[in-house]
Structure formats: structure tokens, C-alpha cells
Design a protein around this ligand. Sequence first.
Ligand code: CMP
Length: 219
Amino acid sequence: MAHEENKAFLRRVPLFSGLTEPQLENLAGGSARRSYPKGRTIVAEGEPSQSMYILLAGRAKVQRSDSEGKEVILAVLSSGEFFGEMSLIDDAPRSASVITLEPCEFMAVSKEAFKAMLVQSPEVTMAVMRGLVRRLREADKKIETLALLDVYGRVARVLLDFSELVGSERIVKNKLPRQEIAKMIGASREMVSRVMKGLEIDGYIVPMPEGKLVLRERS
Ligand code: CMP
């Protein structure tokens, strides 16, 4: 029963859309569904790896930290995205930690099943490569942001990146704590608070209930 359910879930994952029925069958045999509460570490930086994961619901952050515990957020993942594939591909330790930002559901795919999939299906290999390339593009953009923009510009870019168009308005729908923004751009929480206050006074951001923000052009 769990096997059939896993197969049904895997069939809906874009990464595996090119798989044949027997391939899907094999993959389901090496997969398990998992649910975790907010704040749970799913993979830990520096640890050896056994599985990769597909996020079925919820959001999770990818973060690294130094020996003093200072943290930088590399990305926020949402439903449909996958992670944990890097260390399966190069057999190195986990490159970062992935921590749930809200209750999440995952499909965990074993190392063996994932590697077998890469060999059997050029479509899955291409989809994984597209995912890696997208991440490299985002990392390039982040390097540019950190090297060339001041803190105002960095905060503005994070807000734009996390916003979506709703009708004619650009809205940040999910609450973005200042501490989390600070960890994305290498600034202090106090500095981010000052910048956000300035953007609000200048009319660039309008706070809404439940932590939502409306972004505005200069008025
Ligand atoms: P792995 O190294 O196995 O474990 C940590 C995972 O975090 C890694 O695989 C990737 O899936 C993911 N990851 C690492 N760096 C980034 C990044 N810059 N953007 C998004 N995801 C990342």
C-alpha cells in the first residue's frame, strides 16, 4: 500500500516525469515519505549522506555555519524542489544543512535508487543538471549582490526575489523575519531593521497583516 502511494507521489514530481512504469516501480521501492515539524534539521552540513529528498509541501532553508556558529542562508526551498543530491553525486560530506521553516513533507530517495535512476534515465539526469545549473545561476547572482550592492540594495533584492505578482501588485506573501534576511545578505539584524524602516518611510514597502509586504515603485 505504502509502495503504491509512494509511486503515486513520485509520478507527480516533475523531476521524475520522464520515468517509465518499471523505473517508477524501482524508484518507489527505494523511497519513503517523511513528515517533519518546523525547525527540524533534515540533512546536516559535514555529515555523510544516504538519501536525497524531494520537498512535497512546506519550505526549508539551506544554510552553512562557521565554527563560531555564525550562519548564512544560501537558499530557501519550496514545494517541488529537491536537495541532498550533491553529496550523492560526488560522495563528499553534506555541503550544507537543510532545516524546515514550517511543517514539511518529503519523499526521501535512497542513494542506490537515485544513482540507478541517473544511469537509467537521461531525462532524470538532465532534470538534475537543470536544477544544478539553476542553483549556479542563483549563486552567481548572489555573489554579484554581495560584491556590488550596499545593504539597501541587498535587502531590496531579497524582497524582490521573495515577492510575486498578485494582479498588479508585487507582494511578499510569506513572513520574512529580519533575522533570516540578515543571514541571507551578511548583515546584522539591527542593520536590516534600519533599512526596512527606511524603505517603509520612503514608501517602497507597505506592511500588511500576517507579515505580508506590498512592494511599491518610488511614489
Ligand atoms: P548535499 O551536499 O548532499 O546536502 C546539502 C544540500 O543543500 C546539497 O546537497 C544541495 O541539495 C543543497 N544546496 C547546497 N547549496 C545550495 C545552494 N546554493 N542553493 C540551493 N541548494 C543548495
